[in-house]
Each structure stands twice: as C-alpha cells, then as structure tokens.
Design a protein around this ligand. Structure first.
Ligand SMILES: [Zn+2]
Length: 346
C-alpha cells in the first residue's frame, strides 16, 4: 500500500512517499481504509525525534493518529463496528487488562498504545487498530471533519466537562484560540457547557474566527495585557476554569487570572513545560491545577454525536493529498493557520 513513512528523524524531507506492507489484524482489531488523517503537533515531534519521541527504526514508521475511513475487515471478536462502517479512530488505545482499565478509567491505562507512535499510523492507505477504538460516524459527518475531532476534542472534553465540571454560569478562559485544541475547547465551553468564554489569540483575523466558534470576548495577547483585560472582563474576580494547551507562556497570565475555587487544566506545553506556582495563593484561593492527556474512550462517541448534529464542528483549515505530507508539516511549522490540517487519502 502507499504510505508516507520515516526511516530516520529529521526535517520534513525525511517523510518518504512509497510502498510499505499492509498492516495485518488480530481477532480484536479492525483494518480501516484511511480516507483522512489529521496532523498533530506530536507528528512533528516524532518526525524530529524530540520531546521523548526518539526511536530506533526497525523498518518504515508511519505517523498519524487521527484517522477517519472505512472498516474493510473486522476481527472475529469485534462487535462495535462491522465491515463497511464509516468510522473515526481514537488514536490512544487502552490495554483493557490493567486495574485502571477495568475500573473504567481507561485514560489512566498503564500500558497505552498510540496510533502513529507505538504502532504504524494513518499517513497510509490502511491502518490496523483495536475495534474498541473505532466509533461509527453519522452520515452527516465527512471524513475530513471526523479526522479533525479526536485529539483536540478529547482533552477539551476531559478538562472542561469531566474534570472541571464547567457550568453555564461560569467563565472559561481558552488560551491560544487558533490551534486545534483552542478551536475545539471554545466550542465545548460554549456549546456543551453553556459557559461564558474568553479566548486569547494573536491577530484580528484569528479573533474573528474565535468569536465565530462561540467566544464571547477575545483578547489579542500580542497587543493587550491579557491578565488585566481578563480582570476587566470578569469584574475583577477572574475566570473559573482555564484550559491551557500552551504551557509556560499562557501560565504567566492565565494562572494569576484564576478565580477562587478555580480549576486550571493543562493538556499541552508547546511553549515550554516549566512554571512557577505560588503555593500560598493556591490554597488560600482553593484552586486546583491538573493535567489531562487525551481522554476516556467513552467520551469520543459523545463528541462524534454532537458533531453529527452540528452542535460542535471540526475546524479544518486546509487539506493536502497524502503524498504532500511534507508540505503539510511545513504549513504546521509556519503557524499561520486556524484549526486542523488534514491529509486526504483518495
Ligand atoms: Zn489498561
């Protein structure tokens, strides 16, 4: 089958387009004909071999976690989906054997797998994944939009809905609105939780898109002092919930903006992973800081259902044919986009 693969770490030029063997499935797996695969920051890190992704190559490695396509073969033990189903794949696989998995906390699985990292991913015509990772798509949801959902909506859902329990009368701060997670989190905070939403971004064009997705107020952090604008917008009390997928840069203004009883969820550290925590204020203000990596398997069907009904939507900035994966990586590095970049596999 055709695939884009790596045999060494490096720049976009190490992405090769060519033939690799088709993946085989076990009794609990499905084989999916990939139609769309969305890019994630993790793909760039893995290509470069940075941030804990360095690997010994034993053969061609195929990137890509967020896949949508058609089930072409289902293992004998698979009951969730069947051959012919249109599906989207949760890239994070749980072992279904450890104590966390048995307790329903599969996001804490002790032996998780990751499509595109621990096994070959979706920059290819076919992928093999556990059947439990496939969610059938409603007819209203296209492949490209579906592929743009899992990795950005799962952490947004985990932080805002399940962990922080954001409520309709509260205010959420969503930092860096233009990224995939930012564009998802604004929608979850506004359209699922019904909260007031303040978003931050760096240009007027991106601010307009953030408002279009549901942000009530948008702060241009390249021009304004974000912390004082947030104080102004919240009458001095601060925000109840922060969703931070940026790390150090956002922490500097977002943590001082957290209200009493506030919850601060972190699901990414693209700008840096260290921060200073004023522990005295943390306990005086009864605040919570927590991390979230992806989400629970059972949350993705809710995301897919809401997207199918148009309550939320996957934001696709641009798509590229599979063979142009290198160009897509360059586009992601250039940062001039809003939402997701997607590879299509005709
Ligand atoms: Zn497990």
């Amino acid at each position: 089958m055709k695939a884009v693969y790596l045999e060494e770490h490096g720049g976009p030029e190490v992405l090769k387009y060519g033939d690799v063997p088709e993946p085989e499935i076990g009794p609990n797996d499905v084989r999916v004909r990939v139609r769309a695969c969305a890019l994630n920051r993790l793909d760039l890190f893995t290509r470069q071999g940075v941030r804990g992704t360095r690997m010994e190559f034993s053969g061609p490695h195929v990137l890509g976690g967020d896949v949508a396509g058609d089930v072409v073969e289902a293992g004998s033990e698979v009951t969730r989906v069947r051959e012919g189903d249109r599906v989207v794949i949760n890239p994070k696989a749980a072992c279904r054997q450890c104590d966390y998995c048995l307790g329903g906390d599969d996001e804490l699985c002790l032996r998780p797998g990751m499509l595109g990292s621990t096994r070959n991913g979706g920059y290819a015509e076919y992928v093999a994944v556990p059947g439990t990772n496939a969610v059938a798509l409603p007819s209203t949801l296209g492949y490209e939009e579906a592929a743009s959902l899992p990795t950005v909506f799962l952490p947004s859902w985990t932080i805002l809905v399940r962990r922080a329990r954001l409520r309709a009368w509260e205010t959420a701060l969503i930092v860096s609105a233009s990224s995939g997670v930012g564009s998802a989190a604004i929608q979850v905070a506004k359209r699922v939780s019904g909260a007031k939403v303040i978003a931050t971004t760096s240009s007027e064009e991106k601010a307009a898109m953030a408002r279009d997705l549901g942000a009530d107020a948008v702060i241009d952090y390249s021009k304004e002092d974000a912390a004082s604008r947030i104080r102004e917008l919240t009458g001095g009390r601060g925000v109840d919930v922060v969703l931070d997928h940026v790390g150090s840069d956002a922490w500097a203004y977002a943590m001082p903006s957290l209200a009493k009883g506030g919850r601060y969820g972190i699901c990414g550290v693209t700008s840096g992973y260290k921060a200073e925590l004023q522990m005295g204020l943390l306990f005086l203000k009864n605040q919570t800081v927590f991390g979230a990596f992806m989400g629970r398997m059972a949350d993705l069907p809710h995301v897919v259902d809401l997207a199918g009904r148009g309550v939320i939507r996957g934001v696709v900035h641009r798509s590229f044919p599979l063979a142009e994966a290198g160009k897509a990586h360059e586009a992601m590095e250039a940062l001039g986009f809003f939402g997701k970049l997607v590879l299509t596999v005709p």
